[in-house]
Design a protein around this ligand. Sequence first.
Ligand code: COA
Length: 167
Amino acid sequence: MIKIRKHLRRDIPCRVKWLSNPGVNKFIGDELGQKTTLMKEVAWFDNYQKSKNKKFFTICDNSKPIGFMGFSNISKVNKNADLFIAIGEDDYRGKGNGKIAMEWLIAYGFDELNLHKINLGVVKDNVGAVKLYRSLGFVTEGKMKDEIFHNGKYYDFLSMALFSKKK
Ligand SMILES: CC(C)(COP(=O)(O)OP(=O)(O)OC[C@H]1O[C@@H](n2cnc3c(N)ncnc32)[C@H](O)[C@@H]1OP(=O)(O)O)[C@@H](O)C(=O)NCCC(=O)NCCS
């Protein structure tokens, strides 16, 4: 059963494992396919704890951490934020877990953070993710052509957004 809890310092080794997993990093980061390190993730977490505009969560199957997700660039003024999600454990992708987690995070964003708009960026070839986002109501606001270069190929990048139904 999917449970969502606070993202904790003890999740750092999982972050290293997940973000270095080709099943995850083939579609994320400034440079696709790049592995991370323990040092980088400790630095990320130190910065996260100080930051007031980020809110992250660990996705668990009961008590087993399987991925993480959250918001960065939360703007109280503009009432928007950038969403990120990764199901890090290979056995847990494509089984409906991402959708459950996303529904929870979207509700948190609109109801608890009082956001008007949730933004995300996704590589266009990440067909599973794009399909999931569309099914949740995200619309494509822009396409950056040839934004990413990886292994001799250019990839388009989509900017997608979901709006609160509250007026
Ligand atoms: C993208 C991601 C979060 C989706 O989570 P998931 O648990 O794998 O997806 P789900 O099983 O919940 O699928 C939800 C929907 O998306 C579709 N989908 C998911 N992966 C798919 C794939 N590879 N191909 C086609 N459709 C896919 C499913 O068919 C499902 O649609 P349905 O409800 O109509 O059946 C997850 O695959 C992941 O973490 N991927 C690696 C990192 C990543 O790409 N993160 C997103 C960066 S923008």
